[in-house]
Design a protein around this ligand. Structure first.
Ligand code: ATP
Length: 234
């Protein structure tokens, strides 16, 4: 579904990505792991059209999408939930959800908002509350719910567990699995390697802008290099 080939992305003269290649198959959860500064967020931002790669190619459903803007990608079915959530604080929860569907012109938006609120009951309870007054975990849920409302084929999630309490993190990962089960493909950038691999089908590990290990998630969970570097010794 998504095929990334040899992307190289720079911040001025600093080369953050040194030729990243990866693939995401339809219907799967694929996770990108790695330490701080490995290039995970830069990879996600490049795929999502927030940064332009100097070299390399990004294809989605067979079409070259390299260099397209986020709004153009959204129309093609790629939605991003950025690191730090970026919800609209001074709008209500419900208004944020409506914004998620702004580019759609079908008549099912209201029904879809109801359905999404079933996945996130807390958002239903708080639908008239200003989004900026939600807790961190609730804001993350809102950001994911809003992205789902664009009905993406591919959902890009950048560190959704960042800064959240363990119980909330577990809830978020459970929801990501449910999103996959409902038919949306997910590319997930995570620091939390163990939980990410538990729900993922396939994983890539980055180090200094390169892919150093890749494989089936269940194999990576057992891989001694990953256990030592990212999962903590057993
Ligand atoms: P983190 O988990 O901390 O977000 P990451 O794996 O996502 O880490 P990136 O944020 O993609 O890593 O950073 C990759 C490299 O690019 C790092 O060496 C970082 O210092 C550098 N970098 C990231 N953002 C910028 C920027 N705005 N300007 C210059 N260098 C940057």
């Amino acid at each position: 579904m998504l095929k990334v080939t040899g992307i190289e992305t720079f911040y001025d003269k600093i080369q953050a990505l040194k030729g990243i290649s990866l693939e995401v198959e339809q219907g799967k959860i694929v996770t990108i792991l790695g330490a701080n500064g490995a290039g995970k967020t830069t990879t996600m931002k490049t795929i999502a059209g927030l940064l332009k790669p100097k070299k390399g190619k990004i294809e989605f459903l067979g079409e070259d999408i390299t260099g397209l803007r986020p709004d153009q990608l959204l129309k093609k079915g790629i939605a991003l939930v950025p690191e730090g959530r970026a919800i609209l604080s001074s709008m209500t929860v419900y208004e944020n959800l409506e914004m998620g569907a702004y580019q759609r012109n079908d008549k099912e938006v209201e029904q879809d908002i109801e359905n999404v609120m079933k996945l996130f009951p807390i958002l239903k309870e708080r639908k008239t509350q200003l989004a900026g007054t939600l807790s961190g975990g609730q804001q993350q849920m809102l950001a994911i719910a809003r992205a789902i409302l664009s009905k993406p084929k591919l959902l890009l999630l950048d560190e959704p567990s960042m800064g959240l309490a363990p119980l909330i993190v577990t809830a978020i990962f459970k929801i990501i699995k449910e999103i996959k089960e409902s038919g949306t493909t997910v590319l997930l950038v995570e620091q939390n390697a163990k939980q990410a691999l538990k729900i993922a089908d396939y994983g890539y590990v980055l180090e200094t802008g390169k892919v150093i290990i890749s494989g089936n998630a269940e194999d990576l969970l057992e891989d001694s290099r990953i256990v030592e570097a990212y999962l903590g010794k057993k």
